[in-house]
Ligand binder design. Structure first.
Ligand SMILES: Nc1ncnc2c1ncn2[C@@H]1O[C@H](COP(=O)(O)OP(=O)(O)OP(=O)(O)O)[C@@H](O)[C@H]1O
Ligand SMILES: [Mg+2]
Length: 382
């Protein structure tokens, strides 16, 4: 027989080991196997409390039907141990009227509550086919083991809660980024419908405006899809396709022209044939946010220039404006969510969204700016 010191050492070892377990099942599995090693029981069962029922979570040597029996707090030895939060050592089960037989040949039993923070969260029950098999020191060992198990269980529960909270907070951030872009699309819808309701709009312009209305509406749908996508899979998935840069930038330049009215000139230069693998819709979100910031930086008019070129094997898209510029002290802050400066109703989300999408693609973005002269953003797509 092992001496008490060896047993204690094993219990301590188990404690450290349990803390590294990742799931409830893993913890219970480790606990029951190491306990068998230490106490040498014939059968054992761990039940956790749900409401007023003790449900079997892990067992060794019990027939399935016996383990599946639900024990309530007012039943049997397990019920009493859980109810009172006190261990029960039964030397001879044939003489104990509280005993509910799960397995034939069970002659002695030790049942300890699993407690965390003074609260009972379950019971750990070990049984032997010999009478008076478990001792008082076994009882103390099992109590120590159980409290280590309880701490490990509490830690995994906390981790699961945190993961849930994290998912919610990402969802919250996504929701605000998406609402921000929906607001922009509604802004486009408003401008287009104002223009469309004028009597003097030439027919080809009507066609163009109708196209913009359609694009904005499609975009709003797609953004809502993003949220559903995330709720289902836990992350936003990029839908990448080899895409012609010119095809994605032309509608952006068009929208920038609508935003800028007749005070802003919008120029677009794209090297012919440039193509990049990208999530086209998200790339459009990037470009629209950059273009809109550019237009907003030129309240007294100016020029917005969008260029796309390949240099050293990398496609670079630049968005330049001749606007107010960004003070040096703000240059690093513009990427932070909620940072906004010099605008009536800026949410401060545009650049944070831009950065996120650019990084999701494995690209990079940089900015150069001079106060009073203008700003240039460069997206390196690769
Ligand atoms: N092209 C630019 N010229 C001058 N300042 C800019 C430019 N782009 C960004 N900024 C500065 O960076 C800040 C952050 O931009 P960001 O797009 O994140 O937020 P916002 O435009 O204020 O609000 P919104 O969430 O509506 O886009 C802006 O408020 C502005 O001060
Ligand atoms: Mg912005």
């Amino acid at each position: 027989m092992e001496n008490m010191d060896d047993k204690l050492e094993k219990v301590n070892f188990l404690g450290g080991y349990l803390a590294s377990a990742r799931s409830e099942d893993q913890i219970l599995d480790m606990a029951i196997h190491i306990t068998r090693d230490i106490l040498g029981f014939d059968h054992a069962i761990i039940r956790l409390l749900e409401g007023d029922a003790l449900l079997s979570k892990k067992y060794i040597g019990f027939p399935r039907e016996a383990a599946d029996i639900i024990i309530h707090l007012d039943e049997g030895i397990s019920g009493e141990a859980a109810r009172n939060g006190k261990s029960i050592l039964v030397e001879d089960t044939t003489k104990d009227p509280r005993f509910i037989a799960g397995v034939e040949n069970c002659r002695s039993e030790l049942c300890v509550p699993i407690k965390y923070d003074e609260k009972t969260i379950g019971i750990f029950n070990v049984e032997s086919e010999q009478a008076a098999f478990f001792s008082e020191s076994d009882k103390r060992l099992l109590e120590t083991l159980s409290s280590q198990m309880a701490a490990a269980l509490a830690a995994t529960r906390l981790r699961e809660e945190l993961a849930k909270t994290e998912k919610l907070s990402i969802l919250g951030r996504m929701a605000s980024s998406i609402l921000h872009d929906i607001r922009n699309d509604i802004h486009h819808l408003n401008i287009s419908s104002d223009l469309l309701s004028r009597k003097d709009v030439p027919p080809e312009r009507v066609v163009k405006l109708a196209g913009l209305v359609k694009k904005s509406a499609d975009n709003i749908y797609a953004l809502i899809e993003d949220i559903f996508d995330f709720v289902k899979t836990g992350r936003a998935t990029l839908v990448k396709k080899e895409s012609l840069i010119a095809e994605t930038l032309e509608p952006v330049a068009e929208q920038a022209r609508e935003l800028g009215g007749n005070r802003v000139e919008v120029k677009l230069f794209v090297e012919p044939g440039l193509a990049v693998s990208m999530d086209r819709r998200r790339f459009r979100r990037v470009m629209l946010n950059l273009a809109r910031n550019g237009v907003e930086a030129m309240p007294d008019g100016g020029t917005l220039t969008i260029t796309a070129k390949k240099a050293d094997g990398v496609v670079k898209v630049k968005v330049s404006d001749t606007g107010v510029g960004i003070p040096k002290s703000n240059l690093a802050k513009i990427w932070e969510p909620l940072f906004t400066a010099g605008k009536k109703d800026g949410a401060g989300l545009g650049m944070a969204i831009v950065k996120q999408i650019v990084e999701d693609h494995g690209w990079s973005i940089g900015v150069e700016s001079e106060e009073g002269k203008g700003t240039t953003f460069t997206v390196r797509m690769g």
